[in-house]
Design a protein around this ligand. Structure first.
Ligand code: DX5
Ligand code: ZN
Length: 221
């Protein structure tokens, strides 16, 4: 699996199709969709129809990151619209075990997301049922923010916890990822990297993806 998960949040939507074609050429496997409800975070992005539109035209798997207050309510809509992976925030009031079960019953992979200031212990009770953990390295809501340096140590701690438990759970990191910090994140134990602005601001997206993959010593098969 290509470990770069482009987030389309920062793109100019008039160019989305062309950008997705470049990702396809660059052998990207997953597109990361940031779903914001204007309540859990101070921004509104897009909904299930975006997932459906991409799925109808491209072969990507869809990684849906729910930044919404009631994930249980939204999960069925995204499943119907083609989500393959679904993650939601542990900070919401919904019962995390119930939402994980709801996602997994549909055959999707389930992830739990942690804000940069949420204690790592919050995910511990759910580790067994999870396919991946998404650690935010910026506060959610907007693309283009600066990477929070303390995230590196949090990733290291989380990875240690997973290794102790011999958990197959993958570690995904999201926010402010750039060429300067991606190798450090990998060394700390991150498996998957959500990248928005750094890809969409690039003059040559294909070349930028290669540069990121080189830093990860990952080669296309
Ligand atoms: C932030 C989103 C991220 C963001 C990543 O709330 O979850 O996925 O779009 O974009 P950059 O790489 O610009 O931080
Ligand atoms: Zn995201």
């Amino acid at each position: 699996m290509n470990p770069i998960f482009p987030s389309i949040l920062s793109t100019n939507f008039f160019n989305l199709q062309a950008k997705l074609e470049v990702f396809e050429k660059s052998r990207i496997d997953f597109i990361h969709l940031d779903i914001m409800d204007g309540h859990f975070v101070d921004n509104i992005s897009f909904g299930p129809s975006m997932a459906k539109a991409i799925k109808g035209k491209f072969h990507f798997s869809l990684d849906v990151h729910l930044m919404v207050s009631n994930p249980a309510r939204m999960v069925p809509h995204f499943i119907q619209s083609g989500a393959d992976w679904l993650s939601f925030h542990v900070e919401t009031d919904d019962d995390s075990s119930d939402v994980i079960a709801q996602i997994k019953e549909s055959g999707c992979r389930a992830g739990l997301v942690l804000n940069p200031d949420t204690p790592l212990e919050r995910v511990q009770p759910f580790l067994n049922g999870l396919d991946f953990i998404l650690m935010m390295s910026v506060f959610p809501g907007f693309g283009g923010q600066k990477f929070i340096a303390a995230s590196l140590e949090r990733v290291r701690q989380m990875k240690k916890e997973l290794l102790v438990r011999q958990s197959p759970c993958l570690l995904q990191v999201d926010g402010g990822i750039a060429l300067e910090n991606i190798s450090g994140l990998k060394d700390a134990g991150a498996d998957l990297f959500v990248i928005g602005t750094q890809l969409f601001n690039a003059d040559n997206i294909e070349e930028k993806i290669s540069q990121f993959l080189n830093r990860l010593s990952w080669s296309q098969r």
